[in-house]
Design a protein around this ligand. Sequence first.
Ligand code: SF4
Length: 453
Amino acid sequence: MLDQTPKEIIARSGICINPLKTCQPVGALYAALGVHRCMPHSHGSQGCVSYHRTLLTRHFKEPAVASSSSFTEGASVFGGGANLKQSVKNIFDVYDPDIIAVHTTCLSETIGDDLNSFILELDIPDGKRVVHCNTPSYVGSHVTGYGQMVAGFIKYLAAKEEKSDSIGVFPGFVNPGDIRELKKLFKLMGVPAMILPDPSDTLDGPMTGSYQMFPEGGTSLAEIRAFGGVKRVLALGLLASKEPALVIKSRCGVETDLLPQPMGIANTDAFLKRLMDLTGHTVPKELEYERGRLIDLLLDANQYYYQKKVAIFGDPDTVAGLLSIALELGLFPSYVVTGTPGDAFVSQCQEILQEYDVPPAKVKAGSDFFELHQWIKNEPVDLLIGTSYGKQIAKAEDIPMVRAGFPILDRYGHAHHPLIGYEGTRRLAELVAGALMDRYDRDCPDEDLDVVM
Ligand code: SF4
């Protein structure tokens, strides 16, 4: 249990204890599940994909389908070309997807399998497609793996000659609930949009009583082709969408805006302003009112948020968004950490923090839960905001916790709710106020336990 974590901090390198990230193929698999009738395929051993599927299934509470090249000793020594060839034939014969999205694993990368040439040699049925991306897990994290897979779809499928009036959107590593919220924002703004990938419906579909391996929904192949001719691409999430933004620009010449996730009031305002500038459309009353209701809530509950010290942890783009929301609520961020390596995260968060008159915060990329716990043991906080794995610190240190981000394994319904937009900010504000007020009720003397707050 994490309450054995020592308070004394000893400098360490080369070892990660209780990682705050997972491996690249998890993100690649998730991205592929947001494409219509797509079979994600793991080019490696069965153990890898079994872990990746389990993690995604536990987060979304939906089956995350995927196939595997099923490496054994032979493939590990002589290469996995033959395994891929047999797998692709079996998958099209048995499951009949429109597309197979292959991602590599540590093993196939280490032995040097060349997926570009393997795919050229495949016998692919007419009208079907096979795409790939490289996702060795000794670099990056599930967030970069997600970006690699989205970039893979663009590399193989986007066509310059296809023209579309739509705005293309790379939504970044967010939940189906966020995708629904994005669609709502575009609809209310009257702007046609195509989203790649789109896991709403594929990973939060309704119970129908019958199992569908490929549920309705997901970005279609025709839409991915049309990405090559969209008016502009909005790439959300500075890390997750960086690679696909670079690829669509270099391959199809499409101009892109790489933007932070529209989480919090300022980020959502900036996102809508960008849409206004691109299209000449104005913000409808409905969104103005939504924003106004959110500000009203923040004012009403301000005395509970104000100056409460918070630790925020999770994926870089999500943590940067949560940091913006925390500051808008009036919380004082003490620790802002991600397990994904990269200096850009630190600069992004420092820039956000500089806009507020708050005490200095520790911001770190490539961190782990052990380090975060040691910091908290030395200088405690009032609240944790982050993924399920933070619950051990919450329990050991008796700190209230709000779950947000990926993965949330120990609660239901999270993936259905947005964190983006005014609505997502409102939800997080409500969860934070509830957590802080529950703690006040638990600890206050009986005579102060009031029903009117
Ligand atoms: S071997 Fe690599 S790809 Fe497979 S589960 Fe482990 S880290 Fe992930």
